[in-house]
Design a protein around this ligand. Sequence first.
Ligand code: ATP
Ligand code: MG
Length: 563
Amino acid sequence: MLVGFLRTVLLLLLGFVISHLITAWGIAIFSHKAFSLNYPFSLVNFYLRNLLNLKSLSGFFHVFFWFYLVSTIIPLEIYRIFFEEDFKNSKNKYGFAKFASARTIKKMGLTSKDGIVFGLIRRNFLQKIFSRKKFIKSNQPLSSLFIAPTGTGKTAGFIIPTLKSINNSVVIFDIKGELHNKTSAARAKLGQKIFVLDVEEGNIKFNPFARNQLPQNHKKLKSYVKNISNFIFDNQGSSEGGPRKENNYFISSAKELFNTLILYLILEDGYTTITQVKELLLGSNNPKQIFLTIQEKITDKEEAETDPNTKQLLGQVREGANQIVQICDAKDQFLGVVGSLTTILAAFDDLEIKDIIDCENSSVVAKDLRKEKITVYIRVKDVDLERLRPVISLFFETLIGDIISNDPAPEDNQITFVLDEFGNLGRISKLIKATTISRSYKLNQIFILQDLAQISSIYSREERSILESNTAYKIILQQNNFDTAKGISELIGTRTDAKISKSSKESKKMNDRDSFSVSQEGIPLISPQDILNLNKNRCLIVVQGYAANVILADIAWYFKYNL
Ligand SMILES: Nc1ncnc2c1ncn2[C@@H]1O[C@H](COP(=O)(O)OP(=O)(O)OP(=O)(O)O)[C@@H](O)[C@H]1O
Ligand SMILES: [Mg+2]
């Protein structure tokens, strides 16, 4: 700023001197009149008389020069001082080759009408007056990753503007209820059906074993139930939602018991619930009798069944029941297995969870999100999160599992997952793994984190690296912690640059001539310093495949731009 100001002053002074030399003194000196007069006083006289006299040549040039100065150079300088300063600085400040131009942003496919809002294309002074603001938006089935500390604008600058405009189906993890409050009316106006999973005024029922949730094909049914039970057994019980460590005999037998009962009840009624499993298991004084009855019923069905897939499944359930009958004979063993199962299912005993989960049909399934325009808010208060996590994480697990196991039709909706405060959701590995195949399933996910450390205790190193390398858009906001900035800088990667170095004195002696060597040097695309110094109204967008063209954008604050 100061340099720019001093330069303007210098330029004006220079202009003043030059204009006088050329337009007044110069002409006066070389004019016959001036030479014929009493030099040099006559010259002053001549200059002053001709200065503003447009009819005289020197006067005309003088006025013209000042007009040029006032109308062109001064505005240009003011513009450079006030509007271009940070562009100039950033050129030196940032390590990467150059900022993406508006044309490159278009080439990247980021100027779609609808989609996830990443910011506004920066406009210069004249563009601000004459052209409309243009959004940087993506409707590609690709995932994005936001990492920024609290209060930097992840919600107000990106998620709210996105939710107010994007018109495909969206599933939102809304831990503060803020997104529902600020965007549900706008989404309803877009013609979206609104669903809310919430303990107070929610309108969603969800049961992973509901009639409309289960695969119709009995060949797929067994693996579906197995996947769900693996998820329940591996994730519940540890408070961080991390993987369960112990895997002893009782737990693996409890899992088999659970699978057998679930499949039996589904084959009986076409659906079941976790509550029904518990009631069946604990509702009798003679558990052995229950499993003998199951065996009998299943055997009868098996004999009458003609469909080979169903027949095979019935055979597996009968076999499962047979094993449990044997465990029943060793009483202590059986009590241990049932104890393990009830401990794990205790997470679903909560009355509010039961209220959501005990139903014949789920309110929304993947198919609905594909065919209709639906917005689902998973709204949960911080204080309720721990208690409700079993049902919330199961909802996401089931939904994402369903989405990535059925190919979408060409006319199907894209589905966007908005995972604000992703670290608080608990471990749902499929959400991360889906980033590798999101394109085939018309899926895009927005992962929002305050810090990469937020997920390091929940996810494995491999899962974290999938998240880091498979998110196509990385949005960086100002950071306040050097280590985090360093982590982000490393995550974005480096570019190789040729480094030319002169040979040392010793080698010079030997060759008696200057010699140069060229080596490749890895320079961070964005240095930690760049990230720490970022203006709080700007963001950097790194697009996969365009690493050398980082986008510097204005944050599209919903409250500033009336979005
Ligand atoms: N309506 C508004 N008017 C003015 N400023 C606002 C408004 N809403 C939010 N802000 C400001 O915008 C900034 C960003 O807030 P935002 O909620 O987006 O942060 P965040 O990055 O989502 O934080 P967190 O990780 O805590 O959710 C805050 O400084 C906040 O004060
Ligand atoms: Mg937020």
